[in-house]
Design a protein around this ligand. Structure first.
Ligand SMILES: [Zn+2]
Ligand SMILES: [Zn+2]
Length: 329
């Protein structure tokens, strides 16, 4: 049973207006939210930080990157770092309540457990489709995962009478417009619009940030990026910007524990955002609340809250929140 994978290239708003032939079929709307999701949606649009430590290393402190956006009565998981299912459960959401997973880019700290989350939703009694949306090669990643657990799926179908997980998975792989070409609508549902923009996170070219526009609130998630004017434009006037943050002084202590320090430092500086740059981003975008997450280093308790905000404050006068795991905003 092959997994349903669709692929498309998103057009920016400007390009869509001038392209008469633009007629990409939207995927069918998902089912109405179930009781659990409606309950989770009470109280308006919000984001729950599931994991706030950047990078693939696992430790006993902060969990690896993942966020939960609850909007229009539906749960959206954005990124699936290691431990995402356990963090979801800790936040009060069962895996099978998740209907949509979005991936910002395919570094492992953002997608390592996309497959296990889908599997865990099935193990929890999934009865409706679950969709995965994100940049290439997300289709291959999900397909290969399902193949790797095919033996188990087949046995449980036969032995436990479970439905075929592969029939429930819908992968929507898409490409955001090129750098500088603006944002595009990734999908719309129940009064919620989710937009995607390409950001600068070399050497990965398919790194996206997402903006959720619900009737009551707008939330932007940066994904991984260095300073990107594209992200500033996407976040213009947003209520909440959840943005990655790197503390330069702490970085060198982090690197002293890594054998590949020189190469890693080059990657981090060229493709992530320092706290000082972050103040510029938030101020230029004019966001109300800036949430620091995907902290690098995320496992150094000697970096105090005051140290995280110090350089952001040089340029940004709005509300600053230092993200913690399971914090709701
Ligand atoms: Zn990352
Ligand atoms: Zn990354």
């Amino acid at each position: 049973m092959p997994v349903a994978v669709t692929r498309r290239t998103l057009l920016s708003a400007a390009a869509a207006c001038t392209t008469a032939s633009f007629a990409v079929a939207q995927p069918a709307l998902g089912p109405r939210p179930r009781a659990g999701e409606v309950r989770a949606g009470a109280g308006g649009t919000k984001v729950v930080l599931l994991g706030t430590k950047g990078g693939p290393r696992v430790n006993k402190g902060r969990a690896n990157p993942s966020n939960l956006v609850i909007a229009a009565g539906r749960s959206y998981v954005v990124d699936c770092g290691y431990g995402v299912t356990r963090q979801l459960v800790a936040a009060g959401v069962e895996a099978q309540e998740v209907r949509t997973i979005l991936i910002t880019h395919n570094h492992s700290d953002h997608m390592l457990e996309v497959g296990p989350l889908i599997y865990n939703a099935w193990a929890g009694g999934l009865t409706e489709p679950i969709e995965v949306r994100g940049p290439p090669p997300i289709g291959k990643i999900v397909t290969n995962f399902l193949e790797s657990v095919g033996y188990d799926i087949d046995i449980r179908m036969e032995d436990e009478g479970r439905p075929d997980l592969r029939k429930f998975v819908r992968v929507h792989e898409f490409e955001a417009p090129p750098l500088g070409a603006g944002a595009a609508t990734a999908f719309e549902r129940d009064g919620l619009r989710v937009s995607a923009v390409r950001v600068r996170h070399p050497p990965i070219t398919h790194a996206y940030a997402y903006r959720f526009d619900a009737p009551d609130r707008s939330i932007v998630l940066s994904g991984d990026t260095t300073y990107s004017p594209e992200l500033v434009a996407l976040a213009k006037g947003a209520d909440v910007l959840v943005h990655e943050a790197m503390h330069l002084a702490g970085l060198d202590r982090l690197l002293s524990r890594n054998p590949n320090a020189p190469t890693l430092r080059k990657h981090l500086v060229e493709s992530h955002t320092t706290t000082e740059q972050l103040g510029h981003v938030a101020a230029e975008a004019g966001v109300k609340t800036l949430v620091l997450s995907h902290l690098v280093p995320g496992d150094d308790p000697s970096i105090t809250a005051a140290m995280w905000t110090e350089d952001v404050r040089k340029n940004f006068s709005g509300e600053i929140v230092i993200g913690r795991d399971l914090m709701t905003i």
